[in-house]
Structure formats: C-alpha cells, structure tokens
Design a protein around this ligand. Sequence first.
Ligand code: SF4
Ligand code: MG
Length: 314
Amino acid sequence: QSFSQPRGILDRLAGRPVKTVHAVNGVSFDILRGEVFSLVGESGCGKSTTARTVVRLLEPKAGRIVFDGEDITAYSPSRMMPVRKKMQMIFQDPYASLNPRQKIKDIIKEPMLFHGTVSGKEEAENRMLRLLDIVGFRPEQADRYPHQFSGGQRQRIGIARALATNPSFIVADEPVSALDVSIQAQVLNLMMDLRDEFGLSYMFIAHDLSVVRHVTERLGIMYLGFIVEQGDRDSIFGHPLHPYTQALLAAAPTLDREKAAAPLQGDVPSPISLPPGCPFAGRCPRKMEVCDARRPSLLPVEGRMVACHLYGEE
Ligand code: SF4
Ligand code: MG
C-alpha cells in the first residue's frame, strides 16, 4: 500500500525535500534540511520502528528511504558507512546507551575515530573537548564514567556523542521521556541551539504531544502503524481533526493541569489482527457504520492530511 505526498505541502516548503521516507503501512514523509519533524503516538504504534528504519538500523520490507537525494534503501553495510556518520541517533535511556566501562572522553572520541571524521588522536581530543564544552561540561569531567553523572547530564553526553561524526540528521527517540520534567526543557533547548549551530535536521519520536509542541515544525500522529494525521504544528495543535489526535491532545499535560484524565476508552488492538476498517474504530467516540467496513485513506483536509471518514468526499 502506498500513496504519495500531495504536492501542495512540498510546494509550500519551496521544494527542498532532502529526506523522503516510505515505511510501514504507507507511512510517508519528507524531512527538510534544518527542520524538526516529529512522530507521535502511544507505545506500539510503530514510531520507533519507523525511526529505526529511517536510519537503516532495521531493514525496510518495502518502500524507499532517500537521504540527501540518494536512495539508500538497498545499500550494503559498507556502502552505508559514509551515510551512517551523517545520520545519528539519540536514545531514550541515556544510561543504557552509554558503555559504563568507558570514560566519557572515549565514548565521544570512539565514533570520530571509527568513522575517520578526524585526522588523528590529537584532533579527536580537541574535538571531544569542544563538544563537551558545547553541551555544558568542563574539560576535567572528560575522565569520569557515565554513572558519575545525572540522567540529564548523561543525555547531554549522548548528544555530544551523536555530534561526534558531524551529522546533518539526528533521530531522537523519546530523548527526554526518561528525565525529570524540570530537566526536559533544558535538554530540548540544548538540542534546538545545536540545530542552529550545526545546521541539523531532527526527527523526534514522542508519546506525549506536549513534549514536541515547542520544538517541532511538522508532525505525524501514528496509530497502529498508520499515520492518521500529518501536518504543520499550528494546524494540528490549533485545530486537531482526527479523533485520535483530539484524544491525545486532551490527555496531554498543560500548565494548568499536570495530567488530564485520558478520554481514550479500550485497548490498542493487536497489529497482527488488524480490523479491516479504521484502525482506531474500537476506541473512537465518533465511530460510524462505514468505519468498520472501510479503511480511511490519508487525504488532504484543511491544510493537512487526515485519515478519517468524518472528512473528505466520502
Ligand atoms: Fe473514528 Fe471512523 Fe474516523 Fe476512524 S474513520 S477515526 S472510527 S470517525
Ligand atoms: Mg519506542
């Protein structure tokens, strides 16, 4: 199953797409240079799978991945090497993703030396110190081990490591969800500063709309492996159309309430026994007869894309 992006969205963005992804269940999006694009949904919706497929940590079973104009879908591991250093990942659990027996200076220098982004040990040392400084550490902290740092500090180390190979694209899979709320904004702000300084594009993965609200330019809402609504931040946050997006927004914490009662009823069905109609039908408060019979296509509605029988010509 596949569909193509409506030209309108791309035209508006001045035809500068550099990364196109066609992944599971017709999921399709472009991420532009310097842009933040987010995929949001509950656990099991396919967002991490999509993210890992984009950077070729998982093999795509169908579809295409285009990076900087190159179709990398079928690249062999050796052919991926020069591409790999341009696309890095930041993980949810900074502790699990840092080697506990390595000093942080070695954690940061290793990818530079492996990918040959520095000419030798001395340049690696200098670059490591500069990256540590950029993410807020003093040079003498370079000799410490991950366990000597707090969760937020470890995530900053993970960010410095991701920058080591001088990437242009970073996939951040729930980069702040393991951190205290008071630390989350600090780490997000750092990531946004780095975007400007290094000309980065980001793909953010989140289960919580409030996390991406202040950083993302465009986003896709995923449910059971499908994108159900996709568009720019103002359209989706200002006037969500899909019942699932509306439910997620209603459940997101805001300044006045820490956590609203989740209005979503029922469980997420198994993706293996996917219903023939709308994947959200079992939990949708606005379900109609047609919803069990026919799967809605993702169609342009009010300046974004929506997959729901409430909209479109049907
Ligand atoms: Fe709800 Fe029907 Fe829309 Fe699915 S297609 S989200 S069940 S109204
Ligand atoms: Mg995940």
